[in-house]
Write a protein that binds this ligand. Structure first.
Ligand SMILES: NC(=O)c1ccc[n+]([C@@H]2O[C@H](COP(=O)([O-])OP(=O)(O)OC[C@H]3O[C@@H](n4cnc5c(N)ncnc54)[C@H](OP(=O)(O)O)[C@@H]3O)[C@@H](O)[C@H]2O)c1
Length: 255
C-alpha cells in the first residue's frame, strides 16, 4: 500500500512482534511502524535481525531489534526487559513464531517433532505473555497468528494445523482471562508465498490448486496479513476480543 494511504493508529504505542525479520512478521512490524508505532523485532539469527533493522530504519521506523529464539527463556525475558527499558511499556504483542518440522501423518510423527510443534507454536506464546503481562498497558492488545489450516488441518500439515487450532482456543480463553484490560484476537492466514511456505507454493501445480481454492484466485501477500493484524491490534478494533479473522481470499474455513 502507498505510504500516504496508511494511517497513524500506533502513534505513542509500543509493539513486540515475534519472528519478525522476514515474511508475515516483518510485514506486520513494518505496517505498525509506518503507522507511527515503536516496534520491537526479533528472530533467531543476529544477521537477520540486523538486515531487518536496516530496512525498517531506512523507512523512518522507530525500531529495536533483538535475537530471540522463542524457545529460549532467557532470550524471551531479555526481549521483554529491553523493550520496557527502552520504551517503558508494551501496548501490542503479535505472537507470530511457528515451526513445521514434519510432513508426516499425525500417527507417524516422531515424538520430538510433536514436542517441537507444541512448544514453538503454542507453549512459547503463553510463556512470552506470562513475562509480558505485568507490563501490558490498559487497552493493550494481543494478536496470535494461526492459519487457515487450523480449521481443516490438511494432509502434510495435519499436526501443524492442530497446533494452530489450539491457538483459536487460546484466543478465546485468554480473551476471557485478560479482559477488560487487554484484548486478545487471532489472524488465520491463507497461503502466502514466504520462506515458510516455499515447499508448497514453489510447486507450480500446488500453487495453482491453492489459488483455485480461493474466491479471489490468488495467494495472500504478507501485506494482506499485516493489514488485518494491524486492524485487530489497533483501537479501531477496541470492541473486538476473542475473535479470529480468516485472511484467506475466501478459501473455505467455517460458516
Ligand atoms: N506463509 C504461509 O502460507 C502461512 C500460512 C498460514 C500461517 N502462517 C503463519 O505465519 C507465521 C509466519 O510465517 P511466515 O510464512 O511469515 O514465515 P517466514 O517468512 O519463513 O518467516 C519466519 C520468521 O520467523 C523467524 N523464526 C523462525 N523460527 C523462529 C523461532 N523459533 N524463534 C524466533 N523466530 C523464529 C525467522 O527468522 P530466523 O530464521 O532468523 O529465526 C523469520 O524471521 C507462522 O506462524 C506461520 O505458521 C504462514
Amino acid at each position: 500500500m502507498e505510504k500516504s494511504k496508511i494511517g497513524r493508529r500506533f502513534e505513542g504505542k509500543v509493539a513486540i512482534v515475534t519472528a519478525s525479520t522476514q515474511g508475515i512478521g516483518f510485514a506486520i512490524a513494518q505496517r505498525i511502524g509506518l503507522e507511527g508505532g515503536s516496534v520491537v523485532i526479533s528472530s533467531r539469527r543476529q544477521r537477520n535481525v540486523d538486515e531487518a533493522l536496516k530496512k525498517l530504519k531506512a523507512q523512518g521506523i522507530e525500531v529495536l531489534g533483538l535475537v530471540c529464539h522463542v524457545s529460549n527463556a532467557q532470550q524471551r525475558k531479555n526481549l521483554i526487559d529491553q523493550t520496557v527499558q527502552k520504551y517503558g511499556k508494551i501496548d501490542v504483542i503479535v505472537s507470530n513464531a511457528a515451526a513445521n518440522p514434519s510432513i508426516d501423518a499425525i500417527l507417524k510423527t516422531q515424538e520430538a517433532a510433536l514436542d517441537k510443534l507444541w512448544e514453538i507454536n503454542v507453549k512459547t506464546s503463553i510463556l512470552l505473555l506470562k513475562d509480558a503481562s505485568p507490563h501490558l498497558r490498559e487497552g493493550s492488545s494481543i494478536v496470535f497468528i494461526s492459519s487457515i489450516s487450523a480449521f481443516q488441518p490438511p494432509a502434510g500439515l495435519a499436526m501443524y494445523g492442530v497446533t494452530k487450532t489450539a491457538l483459536l482456543g487460546l484466543t478465546k480463553a485468554l480473551a476471557n482471562e485478560m479482559a477488560p484490560h487487554t484484548r486478545v484476537n487471532c489472524v488465520a492466514p491463507g497461503f502466502v508465498p514466504t520462506h515458510f511456505a516455499e515447499y508448497i507454493t514453489s510447486n507450480e501445480a500446488m500453487r495453482k490448486s491453492l489459488e483455485e481454492q480461493t474466491l479471489l484466485k490468488r495467494l495472500g501477500t504478507t501485506e494482506d496479513m499485516a493489514a488485518a493484524t494491524a486492524f485487530l491490534a489497533s483501537d479501531d478494533a477496541s470492541y473486538i476480543t476473542g475473535e479470529t479473522i480468516v485472511v484467506a481470499g475466501g478459501m473455505p474455513s467455517r460458516l
